[in-house]
Design a protein. Sequence first.
Length: 70
Amino acid sequence: MGIVNIEDELHEQLRKASKASYRSINAQAAFWIRIGMLSELNPQLTFQQIVLRELREAGVDPADIRAPAS
Protein backbone atom coordinates (compact mmCIF):
# COMPACT_ATOMS: atom_id res chain seq x y z
CA MET A 1 0.00 0.00 0.00
CA GLY A 2 1.26 3.45 -0.80
CA ILE A 3 0.55 7.05 0.01
CA VAL A 4 -0.99 9.40 -2.53
CA ASN A 5 -0.62 13.16 -2.17
CA ILE A 6 -3.64 15.12 -3.36
CA GLU A 7 -4.64 18.75 -3.19
CA ASP A 8 -6.42 19.91 -0.05
CA GLU A 9 -9.57 20.85 -1.96
CA LEU A 10 -9.77 17.42 -3.58
CA HIS A 11 -9.28 15.79 -0.18
CA GLU A 12 -12.14 17.88 1.20
CA GLN A 13 -14.40 16.79 -1.68
CA LEU A 14 -13.31 13.20 -1.07
CA ARG A 15 -14.20 13.50 2.62
CA LYS A 16 -17.66 14.91 1.80
CA ALA A 17 -18.34 12.27 -0.87
CA SER A 18 -17.31 9.48 1.49
CA LYS A 19 -19.91 10.62 4.03
CA ALA A 20 -22.64 10.78 1.39
CA SER A 21 -21.68 7.35 0.02
CA TYR A 22 -21.25 5.71 3.44
CA ARG A 23 -17.68 4.75 2.57
CA SER A 24 -14.41 5.40 4.32
CA ILE A 25 -12.26 8.10 2.76
CA ASN A 26 -9.89 5.41 1.47
CA ALA A 27 -12.75 3.36 0.02
CA GLN A 28 -14.16 6.45 -1.71
CA ALA A 29 -10.76 7.26 -3.20
CA ALA A 30 -10.37 3.66 -4.38
CA PHE A 31 -13.86 3.80 -5.94
CA TRP A 32 -13.06 7.00 -7.82
CA ILE A 33 -9.72 5.63 -8.98
CA ARG A 34 -11.23 2.35 -10.17
CA ILE A 35 -14.13 4.06 -11.98
CA GLY A 36 -11.71 6.52 -13.56
CA MET A 37 -9.44 3.73 -14.80
CA LEU A 38 -12.39 1.77 -16.16
CA SER A 39 -13.71 4.92 -17.86
CA GLU A 40 -10.39 5.50 -19.59
CA LEU A 41 -10.21 1.87 -20.70
CA ASN A 42 -13.86 1.80 -21.84
CA PRO A 43 -14.70 5.25 -23.23
CA GLN A 44 -17.76 3.87 -25.01
CA LEU A 45 -19.45 3.04 -21.67
CA THR A 46 -21.35 5.48 -19.47
CA PHE A 47 -20.78 5.74 -15.74
CA GLN A 48 -23.99 3.81 -15.12
CA GLN A 49 -22.94 1.03 -17.50
CA ILE A 50 -19.59 0.71 -15.76
CA VAL A 51 -21.17 0.54 -12.31
CA LEU A 52 -23.76 -1.98 -13.51
CA ARG A 53 -21.01 -4.15 -15.00
CA GLU A 54 -19.01 -4.00 -11.77
CA LEU A 55 -22.09 -4.93 -9.71
CA ARG A 56 -22.82 -7.91 -11.95
CA GLU A 57 -19.20 -9.08 -11.80
CA ALA A 58 -19.44 -8.91 -8.00
CA GLY A 59 -22.52 -11.14 -8.10
CA VAL A 60 -25.11 -8.43 -7.38
CA ASP A 61 -28.39 -8.70 -9.28
CA PRO A 62 -29.50 -5.12 -9.93
CA ALA A 63 -33.11 -6.30 -10.30
CA ASP A 64 -33.06 -7.22 -6.62
CA ILE A 65 -32.09 -3.70 -5.51
CA ARG A 66 -34.29 -1.52 -7.70
CA ALA A 67 -36.82 0.65 -5.92
CA PRO A 68 -40.38 -0.64 -6.20
CA ALA A 69 -42.65 1.20 -8.60
CA SER A 70 -44.99 3.73 -7.00
